[in-house]
Ligand binder design. Structure first.
Ligand code: ADP
Ligand code: ILO
Length: 343
C-alpha cells in the first residue's frame, strides 16, 4: 500500500491530516470488514476538490483509524476525542416560530437525519447481500407506518427514467452517479438495493441505501421549521420502536461520512436572499456566525439559482438535534432581517 500522491489541488481535511507518518502507522491495519486506510481516503484522493475526502466502512473504522479521523472530527465539529455526544429530539425544546409567515423568503424547509443499521457494515464496506437484506428490512418496517407517515416504497431498480428525474428535480430523490460516493465504494451494484419511501404528500421520505442506509427526511413548502422537526422526530421515534440503529456514546449516530456523525442531522431552508448574496463576504460572515453552511439548490456541490440558497447547520456532533435546528433558525432570522434592510 503506497502513500497517496497529493497535488496542490488536494485541499481536503483528509489531505491535511493524512501525513506520511499517520499513513505508515495505519497502513497495515484492517477493520473486521476488511476496510483499510486506502479505502477510507480513496474518495478524497480521486477527487482533489473534496472538502473532507474520507468515508468510514464501519463503526470500527473510527477507532482503528482514530489517529486519522480524530483530528478531522475535531476540526469539522470542534469535538475532541474525550467529548461525549448528547441527543435531544424533543420539539418542545425548540424555539422556532415561523420566521417568514408571508412566504416571502423561505421557499421550503427540509430536515434529514442519517441512520445505519446496528451491527452491519456501513455502505462503503457492505456486501450486496447485506445491502439487499437492509432494503428488505427497512422497506418492510416502513410499510407498517400509519397515519400521516403512511406511504409506499419505490425501489430504484425498475423506476422509469422520467419518474426518477422528476423526483430529483423536485428535490425528493438523491442524484445518480455522484463521483464522491462512487470512489467511496458507495455506488456498487447500483441501482440494486436502493429506493425511496414517501407518504402521499411527500412531506415524509426515507432514502434507502444511498450514502447512509437510511436518510429520514421531513420537508414541506414554506418556513414552519417546528412542524417539519416535529414530524421528523415522530417518525424517528416510530422507526426506533422497530429497528436498532448504530450509535455510540462518543460519536452519537454512526455515519459513513465523518461530517454527519452525532445527530446526523442537516436542517435546511431554501431561502431567497438575492440582495445579500450580492455581497458574498457579508452573506458568508452571517452564516459563519451561526455555524451555517451555504449550498446551491440542487444539493451539495450545486449552484444557486435566482438568489435562492440552501442554508443548513454545519455542526452535527457534540450539539443536540434541537441545537442543530436552532442554529439554522437563528441564522435564518438574521438573514431575513438583513435582506429586508437591503430592500
Ligand atoms: P443531504 O441533505 O442528504 O446532505 P443534498 O445536499 O444532496 O444532501 O440534498 C439532497 C436533496 O435535498 C437535494 O435535491 C436538495 O436540493 C434537497 N434539499 C435540501 N434542502 C432542501 C430544502 N430546504 N427544500 C427543498 N429541498 C431541499
Ligand atoms: N466527500 C465529499 C462530501 C462531504 C460532505 N458531504 C456529504 C454528502 N457527506 C467532500 O469531501 O467534499
Amino acid at each position: 500500500m503506497e502513500y497517496p500522491k497529493f497535488t496542490q489541488e488536494h485541499k481536503s481535511l483528509m489531505a491535511k491530516y493524512l501525513t506520511k507518518d499517520v499513513f505508515d502507522s495505519l497502513k497495515d491495519k484492517k477493520t473486521v470488514n476488511g476496510f483499510t486506510i486506502s479505502d477510507v481516503v480513496n474518495s478524497g484522493v480521486q477527487n482533489p476538490d473534496s472538502g473532507i475526502g474520507a468515508y468510514a466502512g464501519d463503526e470500527e473504522s473510527y477507532t482503528t483509524f482514530a489517529p486519522f479521523f480524530d483530528p478531522i472530527i475535531e476540526e469539522y465539529h470542534g469535538f475532541t476525542k474525550n467529548d461525549k455526544h448528547q441527543s435531544d429530539l424533543n420539539p418542545d425544546n425548540l424555539d422556532a416560530k415561523n420566521p417568514d409567515p408571508d412566504n416571502k423568503f423561505i421557499v421550503s424547509t427540509r430536515i434529514r437525519v442519517g441512520r445505519n443499521v446496528d451491527n452491519m457494515p456501513l455502505g462503503p464496506a457492505i456486501t450486496k447481500e447485506q445491502r439487499d437484506e437492509i432494503e428488505k428490512v427497512v422497506s418492510t418496517t416502513l410499510s407498517s407506518l400509519e397515519g400521516s407517515l403512511k406511504g409506499k416504497y419505490f425501489p430504484l431498480d425498475g423506476m422509469s427514467k422520467e419518474d426518477q428525474d422528476a423526483l430529483i428535480k423536485d428535490h425528493f430523490l438523491f442524484k445518480e452517479g455522484d463521483r464522491f460516493l462512487e470512489t467511496a465504494g458507495l455506488n456498487r451494484n447500483w441501482p440494486l438495493g436502493r429506493g425511496i419511501y414517501h407518504n402521499t404528500e411527500k412531506t415524509f421520505l426515507v432514502w434507502v441505501n444511498e450514502e447512509d442506509q437510511l436518510r429520514i427526511i421531513s420537508m414541506q413548502q414554506g418556513g414552519d421549521i417546528k412542524e417539519v422537526f416535529t414530524r421528523l422526530t415522530t417518525a424517528i421515534g416510530e422507526l426506533e420502536k422497530k429497528m436498532k440503529f448504530s450509535f455510540n456514546e462518543h460519536l452519537g449516530y454512526i455515519t459513513s461520512c465523518p461530517t454527519n456523525l452525532g445527530t446526523a442531522m442537516r436542517a435546511s431552508v431554501h431561502i431567497a436572499v438575492p440582495k445579500l448574496a450580492a455581497d458574498m463576504e457579508k452573506f458568508k460572515a452571517i452564516c459563519d456566525k451561526h455555524h451555517l453552511q451555504i449550498r446551491g439548490i440542487h444539493g451539495e456541490h450545486s449552484e444557486s439559482e435566482g438568489g435562492v440558497y440552501d442554508i443548513s447547520n454545519k455542526r452535527r456532533l457534540g450539539v443536540t438535534e434541537v441545537q442543530c435546528v436552532q442554529d439554522m433558525y437563528d441564522g435564518v432570522v438574521e438573514l431575513i432581517k438583513v435582506e429586508k434592510s437591503l430592500a
